[in-house]
Structures are given as C-alpha cells and as structure tokens.
Design a protein around this ligand. Sequence first.
Ligand code: ADP
Ligand code: MG
Length: 467
Amino acid sequence: MQTQVQKVTIENAIEKAKLYGMLKYLPDGQLTHAPFSLSPYAISADSLLEMTELTSHFSELMIRVSQDWSFLEQHLSPISKTDPFLKMLLDLRGQEVTQSKQLLVQRNDFFLLKDKVSNSAQRSSSSVGLSSASALRQVELNTVSASFPFLITQLARLHQNLNEHNMLEQIVSNNPLVPVVDAFAKAVQDYGSTDAVMLLVSQPNETNRFDQLGLEQLLWEKYKIQTVRKTLTEIYENGSLREGHLVLEGKKVALTYYRAGYTPDDFRSSEALKGRQLIEASSTIQIPDLPMQLAGMKKIQQVLTRPEILSAFVSKEISQRFLKTFAAMHSLDEIIETPDGALRASAWAAKNPDKYVLKPQREGGGNNYFGKDIPIKLADMQPEEQDAYVLMEKIEAETHPAILVVNGYAETLTSVSEVGRYGICFAENGVVESNEDVGYLVRTKAENVNEGGVCAGFACLNSLTKA
Ligand code: ADP
Ligand code: MG
C-alpha cells in the first residue's frame, strides 16, 4: 500500500517525467513515460570514485585492442565458423576504409556485490586467481550503441527537482548528454566539411526513439548540426559515395552513430548488409568503427580476464585495478579448478547453473542463458558451437528496496541496480588525444524478474545517491 504522500509524489513525478521528455513508445505505438525509480541507489564514495577513475583506462584498453586486428581475428574467427552474424562482421573488414580518427562513446556496466567477503572466499577457491579487494564487478563494456545519455540526464533533472521539493534525497549530479553531443560536434568539425551531417543508424521500429531525439535536438540547438536518421536498408537505398564521402539527402555524412547494427535482426535483409558496407567503404567517422565494435565482444571480454593477455595491453598497475573488478569468465572447454577437482568449465556449469551466466556474442539484452536454461542449452549445443559462448560467474548483486514506476503504475520491489559509467575517447591512429568519464547510468530492476508484478522485469532508470 502506498501512503497518500507517496501517491502524490508518484503522480507528480510521472507528469514531470513526461514534461522532461522521458518518453518511450509502447509496442502498439502509444507514448508512455520511460520506466524510472523513485529510490536513488546509494553507493559508497569509494566505489563511486573507483568506478569513475576506471573509465578512461577502460576506454584506452578498447582503443588498443581495436588497433590489434590479428588479436581480434585470433579470438573471433574460430567463432565465425558457427556464428554467421560474427562472420558477417569480420568479413566487413574487406570493405573497410580505415579511418585515422576514432571516437569511442562507451558505457562500462557494473554491479556492486551483495557480500564482498563471501564472494572473495568463493573466488579464492577458483583457479583464476583474481584478487577481490573491490565491491565492483564488471558486467560488460558496451562499445556500440551505449544508450540512455539523454533519458538519464532528464531523470537527473527530475530527481533534482523532486529533491528541491523535499520529495527525494539529494542525488549525485549527472549529465552525460552534453559531453556526448559535444563529442559528436567535435567529430563533425574534425571531418572538415562545414555543412556535413551526422547519420544516426536506427532500427526500423525503435521504441527508445526519444533518447536519440534528445541527442539530435541538442546537436542542432547548440551547434546547428543536422542529423539524418536512417535504417541500414535505407542507407543502401538512398546513400551514395562521392569522392570517398558518404552522401545522404544531398549532404556529406561526417559522422555515423550506430544505434543499430549490433544484432542479426538488423541484418534480416541483404540490403541492410549493403548499407553497412557502404558506410565502411566511405570516409565517415564511425561510433564505433568495426574493430571497436568487435573489441566489445563477450569473447574478447573473457580472454582479457586472463592476466597474461591483459598485460599485453595495459600497465601492470592498471591491469591489477581491472582484475579486481572482473568476475571469473571461461571458455566452455577450459579446465578449471573446482571443489570437485579439475573439470571442464561446461561440465561444472551444467552441474552448478545458478553460479553462472552463459553468453553468446550478442548485444542488446535477452540473449543470455541463466539458471536451469544453462544445462539445457549446453546439452543442445554441437561441439563446434561451443567456441561461440562464454561462461561468466553470476554476480550476486547487492539488493535494496525501490519504488519502481512503469507505465503509470508504481510498486515497491526488492531490487538490484546496475551502474554504468559513460566514457568518451578520441584517438588518432590509435593514439589517445582526449579521454574522459562523462557521467553515469543506473538501471534498477526487481531482484528476481521471474516473480510477477507490473513493474518486475523492467529495468528502471535511476540516479545515484551517496551512501
Ligand atoms: P547485453 O549485451 O545483452 O546487454 P549483458 O552482458 O549486459 O548483455 O547482460 C544482460 C543483463 O544480464 C545485464 O544487464 C545483467 O542484468 C545480466 N547479467 C549479465 N551478466 C551477468 C552476471 N555475470 N551476473 C549477473 N547478472 C548478469
Ligand atoms: Mg548489457
């Protein structure tokens, strides 16, 4: 039951969310507010600082990995034998006109551990030997389509407003929107054509359209730079190459920002692939370029948890700081030390499915296997398919009660919060020119999404507050 005060706050917050443009489409085309939380997630100053300081180092790691094509190929091409989507991406290399300028707009996602001590005890019995003096565990780093910079900035405004009316605690200020748009503008200016545009590559039925519109709108208001929004298929149908430039609607495309192209669904028609090939064959700066997209693959994340591999890309000091935040990750055929002795990781995970998440090389949610689905999927898999998956230790995230507001309804649920840090990095031929952390994303969801309830199963945008 909600108190009268809560009810007023919730109704007030929903109206303000709409006022701030925190909107999304429902599948039937109706507009509603984006799901949000009215319970900011409390984080310790130490964990917040640790996470923030890591951003630029992780961006630099991604730039370095993206510069090492033979490394990417070594680990990804075995997978392309059974994964046509990955094969298609690797084959794009043939079309690619390598750009001297790189712009990475990434988001590095973490959970905070429920119980740091018990997790480290578990950790010491595993063979990976990662140290664990950190409450952070990295979930993944998104190099492609790192979404929500607009909506989360608007939520911070909403939360700040509610705080000023004594309806919410003080939040940690947050504004990734402005630096992301500033980076777009700098890239367009660097391209050197005064009337050039940004191309936003979109999915055909995008429900998160307002997050993209917010970026486009500020790019126009602040810099008078136009955005052309097209699907990959439309890019093939309407685009052309002129003296190496991609041209759409009569305008040169300086910058291509992908909010699509990370899932096989975006390539259902052969025209979509031709659209991507056209982009690759042009001199447009891409966020991300092909090697950066590939550097964000889960297989690459897994191999980088091996200290001897990681140390080839970063200093010893940075490597140690990274390793503290990594959950254990394995290939399926890896032999690992377990309480039952040395076992193949797939055999151990099949017996202990609640300890793992099984992940294919996909982005965008809904592709991973949890719990009892893991042994079913493992049993179903052809031996040659095994390379395409990685096993990741399941992170037991800290829980907290949260009021979640979804499509006009509010519920208080025991929740977990995933905190991402946005990073922006400019590089030229792999040499970093500027590199910064520009803000955060919090997504709060019911602890056990299998339990019923209107708001369960929805990741609700949230802010941080200091514990
Ligand atoms: P995607 O690229 O599809 O977003 P993620 O690796 O981010 O894939 O996984 C999707 C979601 O699954 C995460 O947002 C998180 O809620 C959950 N998840 C992923 N890995 C783990 C893990 N190791 N432990 C617990 N939950 C996880
Ligand atoms: Mg993710």
